[in-house]
Design a protein around this ligand. Sequence first.
Ligand code: HEM
Length: 200
Amino acid sequence: MARSKIWTALPSWIIYPLGLIPALYYFAAAFTNKLGADPLAVLENALGEWALIFLVAGLMVTPLMWLTRINLVKYRRAVGLVAFAYVVLHLTVYLVLDKQFFWGEIWSDLIKRPYITIGALAFLLLLPLAITSNNRSIRKLGSQSWRKLHRLVYPAALLGAIHYALLEKTWQTEPLMYVAAVLALIGLRGIRFRIRSKAT
Ligand code: HEM
């Protein structure tokens, strides 16, 4: 099989069941008491981190193609939707299990804790992207406007990574690595754009 074919041999729907395996694992472990002393925090954090992992993976598809010619564009939409599913699960755990719909507490978190405000902003940016991740929306919006809208994934991923970095009172390496990765991907996109516009 030609190299380019190997990468696209699997159907794109396979990303959904594969991508949701970590969520199943964490929910099963949480409900069978296998997540240690604070299962809720572990579950909530794991879902947030997987959201970020899939968001960054989605952002890497295009640079991977530029740098290696490996073309995974076929899977990008599914990867993005899986990322969004993790964000929704993360938010649901926060609202239902963590805050148990105490709207006063949720509101005070939103206005007093910058990391929650930033997480909520990231969620709001991702919402229109998830809603329009289908062929009908591409046709309706036109591919130019659809592409413009979907550039929001860059600030959304950056806000998601900053949300993670602000969680602890001191700077931690792992969240800062996500911030750096997203900034590098934004930088790479900018460089590519400049090279292209110089060439035309
Ligand atoms: C309204 C939206 C959001 C709310 C209310 C929220 C809330 C939270 C809370 C309360 C935690 C800390 C849990 C704990 O300490 O036990 C957390 C952690 C986290 N959230 Fe969010 N979040 C939101 C959106 C997002 C988004 C959009 C992303 C990613 C794109 C994200 C990624 C993360 C990550 C990576 C962590 C830390 C994971 C770890 O420590 O391993 N969150 N979030």
